[in-house]
Design a protein. Structure first.
Length: 217
């Protein structure tokens, strides 16, 4: 994301009382969780920070960069788990509601976890890890009355795709069976809200993709 966009995003976060930091850093996420809890009992947390790269296992420049692979894992996997564990620890201290619930944590996977394309080995591995951790985390936290669910979006109109030229975005939109367009952030947000409201959603990954199944390329 351009530095100007980061500054704008940070300004908006400050207005909302947010904390700007690296999700892979324990202290940064701890500060964010503490700031949220200071405003009232922390009942919901959503992990949606992520990065992606396009690099083949072996390409024209040689073997996939280990440092780049590690960076994707650090942000997408460690960052998500960092929020998961720290938010859950905070939620465990909440008073349970009438149904014995103390909170819900929503992680962001991707359909690349299931149909990773050429050049997506790092991204697919990171999102596959998110999908794999949901059930054991939900089982771990069941005794605390905390639910864990992941959402696996398809192609969405987000900053992750913002750098692509318009023809490339149109081509991506055309691959979605129905509706034949990119997903909207508000549709992702609506599903998050439903997950929070629906107590029977737990330990699962929900695809949000307009029936898209990614081809190899």
């Amino acid at each position: 994301m351009p530095s100007s966009a980061l500054v704008t995003g940070a300004d908006r976060l400050e207005v909302a009382g947010g904390v700007v930091g690296d999700v892979a850093e324990e202290s940064a996420v701890a500060a964010g969780v503490a700031a949220a809890a200071a405003r009232g009992p922390l009942r919901a947390a959503v992990a949606c920070a992520g990065v992606a790269i396009a690099q083949r296992t072996v390409g024209s420049a040689g073997a996939h960069s280990l440092n780049e692979f590690r960076r994707v894992i650090d942000v997408n996997v460690l960052g998500s788990f960092n929020l998961l564990r720290l938010a859950a620890a905070q939620m465990a201290a909440n008073e349970p509601d009438g149904g014995g619930q103390r909170g819900v944590i929503v992680l962001t996977a991707s359909i690349a976890a299931f149909e990773g394309q050429v050049g997506q080995v790092a991204y697919a591995a990171s999102k596959g890890a998110i999908a794999a951790m949901v059930l054991p985390a939900a089982r771990d936290l069941a005794r605390h009355g905390i639910r864990v669910v992941a959402i696996a979006p398809g192609t969405f109109d987000t900053p992750l795709l913002a750098g692509l030229p318009e023809p490339a975005l149109a081509a991506l939109a055309a691959t979605v069976p129905n509706p034949a367009r990119l997903g909207r952030p508000d549709e992702f947000a609506a599903l998050v809200a439903h997950v929070i409201a629906n107590e029977m959603l737990n330990g699962t990954t929900i695809r949000l993709d307009g029936a898209l199944r990614m081809p190899p390329r």
